[in-house]
Design a protein around this ligand. Structure first.
Ligand code: SPQ
Length: 438
């Protein structure tokens, strides 16, 4: 994919006032999937109208599910068809840039009576799918990938699935979710053990739809053959989107920003812990629970940051926030060391290499390692940064622009719309001197 969207950020500026970032991407995907497969009508509010979640939505519409909305408030009504009510789509399902759609849908499609082909964009077409197709084939699924183990995926319908126990080799919520969702269609018990806790939205939401899921330590278990009962879902704001502003406000002198209604699921809050370890000034206000997920407003004030060794147990809890945390590390005093984060190499881009290249271009001493990076804080210069079709790279360098010595240009930024429509206008409203250009 080539796109001509560029962001230009003028240095300086402080982040102030109150903002609300869009809905949580992970929860939005799952609301469409489970709402479609439930019995009855599911009502969703706060749905993220980003391209990734719209790919999931369009896939279920293509399989015969009636979905009204989303309207401007992110309200959706899903007429669930039950676990066995989907119809064969007339064409391949296009998952765009979205790994979550393709990996979770692999598990669901494995249990259908019909064949499905799933395709993706240039970035998704490079991402590894064997991590889901191998365990799914142990359950009896038949899924073809390219010889390299990448999309397109061809899922053969009409298979009888049986429950398995799977010891996951990597900490991945997408792998866990794919197996559990296939487990809904499998005979007997399906269980997974994860090497470290990962986001648990699938388990929480299955329970919200009345499906029994047991979690004992790092082992999650469910029985096949149950049913999902429609419910109401209020999607909180996405902590992964809020993270750009948490870092922006932490590094821009004079900042004092409140980010409202942010989802604080404990499997997602590593970014707050890491910023606090670096000396960040973050306060949680008005803590509450909304639809089974903890939520709060987050006040972030500028604070001088210091480099740290990031505790490995926080890595899966902050996995999508590392691009912008690397920007925080570049503005910190001293050295920041990240290890145990090799998963960053198989995201929408190789986020270790792409961030290192960009930071080095800005004059920062950044050394990529096989499973992390070592960053020496310093003065960010300016550069033209290629985002590699990765929304989080584009938004991370937008925040770097706050502290750069001259204007920063970021190219190929259209993928920001996959997770954060309206990013530029919200960032400008908060105080980032950012403009977008076609
Ligand atoms: O959907 P996609 O493209 O994989 O999105 C990313 C992101 O940065 O937006 C990863 F690149 O988030 C993943 C996340 O990294 C979303 C996700 C989920 O909703 O289950 C889980 C994480 O991926 P993984 O591979 O660790 O399971």
């Amino acid at each position: 994919m080539s796109d001509s969207m560029q962001f230009v950020v003028q240095p300086g500026g402080a982040l102030t006032g109150r903002i609300r970032v869009p809905g949580d991407k992970s929860i939005s995907h799952r609301s469409i999937m489970l709402g479609s497969l439930a019995e009855g009508t599911t009502y969703v509010s706060g749905f993220l109208q980003g391209e990734d979640c719209l790919c999931t939505l369009n896939a279920f519409r293509a399989m015969g599910v009636e979905i009204q909305g989303p309207n401007a408030q992110g309200e959706l009504t899903i007429q669930g068809v039950g676990l066995h009510g989907l119809q064969a789509p007339a064409h391949a399902l296009d998952m765009g840039n979205s790994g979550t759609s393709m990996r979770l849908m692999s598990g669901l499609m494995a249990g259908q009576a019909f064949d499905v082909r799933m395709i993706g964009d240039v970035s998704l077409s490079k991402r590894p799918m064997k991590r889901v197709t191998v365990p799914l084939s142990q359950m009896g699924a038949v899924i073809e990938t390219t010889a390299a183990g990448t999309p397109p995926l061809q899922v053969k319908g009409g298979q009888t699935l049986k429950g398995i126990h799977y010891d996951m080799p990597m900490a991945s919520a997408q792998v866990k979710s794919s197996i559990l969702l296939a487990g809904l269609y499998a005979q007997g018990t399906t269980s997974v053990t994860e090497p470290a806790p990962t986001r648990d939205h699938t388990e929480r939401m299955l329970r919200g739809f009345g499906y029994a899921v047991q979690t004992e330590g790092n082992k999650i278990t469910l029985q096949g053959g149950g049913k999902l009962t429609a419910t109401t879902i209020d999607v909180p704001s996405d902590i992964s989107s809020a993270a750009f502003f948490m870092v922006g406000a932490s590094i821009a002198p004079g900042s004092d920003l409140i980010i409202e209604h942010v989802g604080l699921n404990p499997t997602r809050t590593g970014v707050i812990d890491i910023l606090r370890l670096m000396g960040g000034d973050l306060t949680l206000l008005n803590e509450r629970e909304v639809g089974g997920e903890p939520v709060a407003d987050i006040r972030v004030r500028y604070a001088p940051l210091k480099g740290i060794t990031i505790p490995e147990e926080l890595v899966p809890l902050a996995i999508d926030e590392f691009p912008v945390l690397f920007v925080a590390a570049s503005c910190a005093t001293g050295q920041t060391v990240l290890t145990g984060a090799e998963e960053l190499r198989v995201k929408e881009s190789d986020r270790i290499q792409v961030m290192a290249d960009g930071l080095i271009a800005c004059g920062i001493d950044a050394k990529p390692t096989p499973d992390g990076i070592i960053i020496q804080g310093g003065q960010l210069g300016s550069a033209t940064i290629e985002s590699h079709h990765d929304h989080r790279i584009a938004m991370a360098f937008s925040m770097a622009g706050l502290r750069a010595s001259a204007p920063m240009t970021i190219t190929n930024c259209a993928t920001v719309n996959t997770s954060f429509p309206g990013f530029v206008s919200l960032a400008a409203k908060a105080g980032v001197r950012i403009t977008s250009h076609e």
